[in-house]
Design a protein. Structure first.
Length: 352
């Protein structure tokens, strides 16, 4: 597993992407069952031919990912769906119409007779059409459904830049297309549409509120936010996005109470000789005066900016080798649900 990882910078290219030699070369490697990392609107994906079991196996190996965790197949047009699913439930039709291309993954009944390592033995298959010109051009040029988990080593924060991808996977994959930092910063929302009511299995870029506007009703897997109930989506049961330092989430009835609790905890930790990290926001970072590594993660009044910065901030704490991280918490609802889901996982469910 030591190969030369090619690097193509395709940031700032806009028109006729499919014709660019970098895209052609990357697509050709995908057709030859090599692994290529590419940007999507959420996070960078580690792509491989989703129809080839051995290639999918290579994805699991490159990431060090548990192999009972199924992958999302990425497509570039509706036609590709027919080869993969046995039916499109009416719920699916409406959601695709509203949100594709976009950060919404739908779990469909899988077409029978299609053996797929990517869906890890389930009779369903997760599919999404990413809203990123580079991703779409690559999939189109490869003419394949592309299996793509986030392009990080298992247990590391998902990558939101090509640099993050190389930190984790340099030498383990055939290439990476650099399209600049991703926009949304947290992964797609995964929704099971095989039942009567859509069920959110993983909160993400499309919010429950947006889905309810289309479908009327929406259910949320109770396993998503609590550490007790077992989540329905195989991938949610693993401790994801774990920073190297122990992370504690800090609540408070008001922002002032929250920042005060963090100040107290941080002071005690420093007294114990620990190197302390604090995940703060633009509105609050000035509250933490001391020997701390304070990193600002967006603005509280614009949670989209928090989501965009989150994984990069978690990686920065690792780089700073902090022993303990105290993280501010955010209101649930909207993209706040996805932010708190990822933070809860990173902290292993630990609240101060
Ligand atoms: O934004 C994203 O979705 C990114 C980019 C690269 O597209 N991809 C991504 O993939 O996050 P991954 O493999 O890290 O997460 C896939 C999630 C896992 O939680 C997995 O368990 C769930 O989707 N999943 C996949 N197939 C499923 C299925 N058939 N039923 C239920 N959950 C499924
Ligand atoms: Mg992932």
């Amino acid at each position: 597993m030591n190969q030369q990882t090619k690097y193509w910078n395709v940031d700032n290219i806009v028109d006729g992407l499919e014709d660019y030699p970098q895209i052609q070369e990357a697509a050709e490697l995908l057709r030859r069952n090599e692994l290529i990392a590419f940007p999507t609107e959420t996070v960078y994906g580690l792509g491989g031919n989703g129809m080839e079991d051995e290639t999918v196996e290579k994805i699991y190996t490159a990431k060090g990912r548990p192999s009972d965790n199924p992958l999302i197949l990425h497509i570039a047009d509706r036609m590709q769906l027919d080869e993969l699913v046995s039916e499109v439930p009416p719920l699916g039709e409406a959601l695709m119409e509203a949100f594709w291309p976009g950060p919404l993954t739908l779990v469909f009944p899988k077409k029978s007779g299609v053996a797929m390592r990517a869906s890890a033995g389930l009779d369903t298959v997760a599919i999404r059409m990413p809203d990123h010109p580079l991703a779409l051009a690559l999939i189109q040029a490869a003419r394949l459904p592309i299996a793509a988990p986030s392009a990080n080593l298992s247990g590391r924060p998902s990558p939101t830049t090509a640099q993050h991808v190389l930190e984790d996977l340099d030498g383990r994959i055939a290439g990476v297309l650099d399209g600049g930092p991703t926009g949304i910063g947290v992964e797609s929302t995964v929704v099971d549409i095989t039942g009567d009511v859509p069920m959110i299995l993983r909160p993400g870029g499309i919010t429950a509120e947006q889905i309810a506007e289309i479908t009327g009703e929406v259910a949320i897997d109770p396993g998503i936010l609590s550490e007790e109930a077992a989540p329905k989506s195989p991938g949610m049961k693993y401790r994801h996005y774990a920073p190297q330092g122990q992370m504690w989430l800090v609540r408070g009835d008001t922002i002032e109470e929250m920042t005060k609790s963090i100040r107290n905890a941080a002071r005690r930790a420093v007294e114990e000789g620990k190197k302390v990290g604090i995940l703060a926001t633009k509105e609050t970072f000035r509250e933490y005066d001391g020997e701390y590594t304070v990193i600002t993660c967006g603005e509280r009044r614009d949670l989209i900016s928090v989501a965009r910065r989150l994984y990069d901030v978690l990686r920065q704490f690792d780089q700073e080798s902090v022993d303990v991280i105290f993280a501010e918490t955010f209101p649930e609802g909207g993209v706040g649900t996805a932010i708190m889901n990822r933070l809860t996982k990173a902290a292993g469910g630990h609240y101060l």
